[in-house]
Design a protein around this ligand. Structure first.
Ligand SMILES: Nc1ncnc2c1ncn2[C@@H]1O[C@H](COP(=O)(O)OP(=O)(O)O)[C@@H](O)[C@H]1O
Ligand SMILES: [Mg+2]
Length: 363
């Protein structure tokens, strides 16, 4: 295979901007330099893209007038010759001007992980790592994930979706409804955020209002969920048509639940690779990870998170992360490392999946 040029997309407008930079750094350090050359694309908090940049050139002439006065073919020919004369292909954004073969997308969270950047790359005809538009969009929305998983026979926590506008109109009625339907504690979460931002474990009715209002301030759609008992188990999945599931890993939160501080500040959560589960549960959870990956139409990669109750054997899907953390100490690369796929090879496989998705030979 000749050396391929990889646009490494990182940073981004989401709350996971900083973690994305750390993920990108470890990808840059671990990618095989004999196979790939990296061009970094940094997106700042405001959404501005920085690269070795040449801006797209827009031609300024009356195409509509030309189409009215001549045939469509003649108008097209004129457009092409003007584009050629401009020295740059039309609408080619920066990627192709830089001869990018593929994008490695490590934009965690909103915009990068939810299908929007994927749609942009599809439009530009650039292959990219990870899931496509619809799987990304579904996995980003915890309420939609629940619907798809349920349809595929995968259990999720009993839940209720509410819209911020409805809650603002009649919070009392919705609070009553929640209290009637669920036993305490319940989890209240914005449907489409990550890193536990805006998530509250609500132990009694008096705490409910503030929790829902917080989630409503961050997202127009909010999920209320019954609390699930069990170990937090994560499975890394890799591939397109015949995906591979890693050995499961386990996170033991350092506090009441795996909240933002526990993830990034306190450092008290413990990780077990492989997870402390029986062989039977290990096989079952890997099987379900693949089932849910296929049900959502995932490709490339995803980390599928479950609650597994090793007393009852119940396996409950929590969520799917289509662009999981990629730092040296992140679960996704570590789980594959433990499954016999080192970081460098993992990156190569993800890029090959991107080419395969686009019908391009990786060799
Ligand atoms: N239904 C639930 N039952 C028990 N714990 C939950 C539930 N939902 C969320 N949690 C806890 O909150 C954490 C973050 O929730 P999660 O849905 O994974 O959001 P995020 O996308 O922000 O990671 C989980 O890792 C878990 O510790
Ligand atoms: Mg999570």
């Amino acid at each position: 295979m000749s050396k391929r040029t990889v646009a490494l997309l990182f940073g981004g407008k989401s709350t996971e901007h900083e973690i994305s930079i750390i993920s990108a750094r470890s990808i840059a350090l671990n990618i095989d330099p004999l196979l790939y050359r990296i061009i970094p694309f940094y997106i700042d908090h405001e959404g501005r893209w920085f690269c070795e940049g040449i801006a797209a050139k827009i031609l300024d002439f009356d195409l509509a007038g030309l189409m009215r006065s001549t045939s469509r073919q003649q108008a097209e020919a004129e457009l092409r010759s003007r584009a050629a004369a401009s020295g740059q292909p039309l609408f080619d954004f920066n990627f192709r001007a830089l001869e990018v073969d593929v994008a490695f997308n490590v934009l965690h969270g909103s915009y990068g992980e939810d299908g929007r950047v994927q749609g942009l790359l599809d439009t530009l005809g650039i292959p990219y790592t990870g899931c496509g538009v619809s799987a990304s969009a579904i996995a980003m929305d915890k309420a939609l994930t629940k619907l798809c998983a349920g349809d595929a026979g995968i259990a999720t926590a009993p839940g209720m979706t509410l819209l911020a506008s409805d809650y603002n109109a009649d919070a009392d009625a919705i609070d009553d409804n929640i209290e009637n339907r669920f036993a305490w504690p319940v989890f209240v979460k914005p449907a489409s955020l990550g890193s536990s931002v805006g998530i509250t474990k609500v132990h009694r009715r008096e705490e409910l209002r503030a929790a829902v209002l917080l989630a409503c301030s961050l997202d127009r759609k909010v999920l209320v969920e019954a609390s699930v008992k069990g170990k937090e188990i994560e499975v890394a999945v890799l591939g397109n048509e015949n995906p591979l599931a890693s050995v499961p890993g386990e996170i033991q939160p350092g506090s009441d639940f795996y909240d933002f501080e526990d993830k990034y500040i306190r450092n008290e959560a413990e990780t077990f690779i492989p997870a402390r589960l029986s062989e039977t549960l290990v096989e079952e959870v890997r099987k379900q990870a693949i089932a849910v990956y296929r049900a959502l139409g995932c490709s490339g990669m995803s980390r599928v998170d479950f609650f597994v109750n090793d007393e009852t054997g119940a396996i409950v899907l929590n969520e799917i992360n289509t662009i999981p953390g990629f730092t040296d100490i992140s679960m996704y690369p570590q789980l594959f490392e433990a499954s016999g796929i080192p970081f460098g090879e993992l990156i190569d496989r993800l890029l090959r999946c991107a080419f395969e998705n686009n019908g391009i030979s990786a060799d």
